[in-house]
Design a protein around this ligand. Structure first.
Ligand code: NAD
Length: 359
């Protein structure tokens, strides 16, 4: 099974990718020889996969904390519950936290691991496509604050990531498709070969052919590994991974996440960014069309849904924390597979790109 190494000196770790890894004790055992183990999961994922994990752990003592499911529970209260549980267990600095779930559990569990006794070991076991290709790798951990999403958090790398692609079989179709938006993102911004491969494998990807899914996750993690190794704390190149996200976050600020998943908002954001790149003459004509054709083939939206429009989206984007000092800092395309950070788009140009995506 594929293993991708995230190379960060003494914070390096492997990402194991493939089906049935949850029950592959050989991968787990070297990491679980000492200390207490706390598994953090939620009430959707735990009934599906906690037993498998407990069987793998065998007679290694462990406890499980099952949190309520949902982004709205990525809060300080739930984070506190994790810390309280570690205290009650009398967990020491040699304890290990296992985050079993999607990006919400991974972010929250990782942040608890980062804070307890100034940092204990944690293992990411991502069970959504988005978490396998993105959230579980790279060490960004966070919880939400009433004033903003992911407002409280830190960089803290896991010791191990186990992306069991078999778990994706129970993921609701809409969540799987939303994860595909992040997959398309890697192709569009940094990997032309991946983009072409996606275009040629639409049916087997949509049908979740096990070998195809493993290859797809591996190729995305390889891209993320490259970016994270070059810029662990997002002071430069890692910001490219936000391709499509400024518009996506804008939609979120508008409240559209009642109707859009994160990946769906990112899909719309990528479509707008590609259109803008093309209109500004940064990339060749046809780039936007190629991207939206692929997104649409995966069942993803490519234009701003009603009742939102260009004006409200632009205003919402002004509140995005990724905008520095009033300039619109956007990730735009030079070609499929090549992106750049750009501050040269006027509001009028952005407005036009949003309108054109909707026409
Ligand atoms: N740390 C990072 O670098 C990073 C990157 C991207 C996103 N994120 C964060 O990730 C979160 C979104 O992650 P997500 O899309 O995985 O959402 P999620 O964790 O909410 O999972 C989506 C839904 O799928 C369910 N689920 C998970 N695995 C399942 C499975 N195998 N079978 C059935 N149901 C399953 C969950 O319980 C949930 O209802 C956001 O909070 C976002 O901020 C973090």
């Amino acid at each position: 099974m594929p293993v991708v190494d995230i190379q960060l000196g003494d914070r390096s770790y492997p990402v194991h990718i493939g089906p049935d890894l949850l029950v592959d004790g050989n991968i787990w055992k070297p990491y679980l020889s000492t200390g207490n183990i706390l598994i953090v999961s939620n009430d959707t994922v735990a009934p599906l996969y906690l037993d498998d994990l407990l069987i793998t752990l065998g007679d290694i003592p462990s406890e499980a904390l099952i949190l309520p499911d949902g982004e709205k529970f990525k809060t300080m209260d739930q984070w506190s519950r994790v810390l309280d549980t570690l205290v009650e267990m009398r967990a020491g600095r040699d304890a290990t936290l296992i985050a079993l779930g999607g990006g919400v559990i991974g972010d929250l569990g990782g942040f608890a691991a980062a804070c307890y006794m100034r940092g204990i070991r944690y293992i990411q076991v991502p069970t959504t496509l988005l978490a396998q290709v993105d959230a579980s790798v790279g060490g960004k951990t966070a919880i939400n604050h009433p004033a903003g999403k992911n407002l409280v958090g830190t960089f803290y790398q896991p010791a191990l990531v186990i992306a069991d692609t078999g778990t994706l079989s129970t993921l609701p179709g809409r969540e799987y498709r939303a994860g595909l938006a992040e997959v398309v993102k890697y192709g569009a911004l940094m990997d032309n070969d991946l983009f072409t491969w996606l275009e040629s494998n639409i049916d087997s990807i949509a049908g979740q052919d096990p070998e195809t899914v493993t290859t797809m996750v591996r190729r995305c993690v390889e891209n993320k590994a490259q970016v994270v190794a070059a810029d662990e704390r997002e002071s430069g190149r890692r910001a490219l991974l936000n391709f499509g996200h400024s518009f996506g976050h804008g939609l979120e600020v508008l409240g559209a996440f009642e109707q859009l998943l994160h990946g769906e908002a990112v899909a719309i954001g990528m479509a707008i960014a590609a259109r803008l790149s093309e209109q500004r003459g940064l990339c060749a004509p046809g780039t936007h069309q190629r991207i939206t054709t692929l997104l649409a083939a995966f069942g993803l939206p490519t234009s701003v849904p009603e009742p939102f429009d260009a004006s409200s989206l632009l205003e919402a984007m002004s509140l995005d924390k990724k905008n520095s000092s009033g300039t619109r800092r956007l990730i735009l395309l030079e070609s499929i597979g090549q992106a750049r950070i750009d501050t040269g788009s006027s509001d009028e140009a952005i407005r036009q790109a949003i309108v054109d995506c909707n026409s």
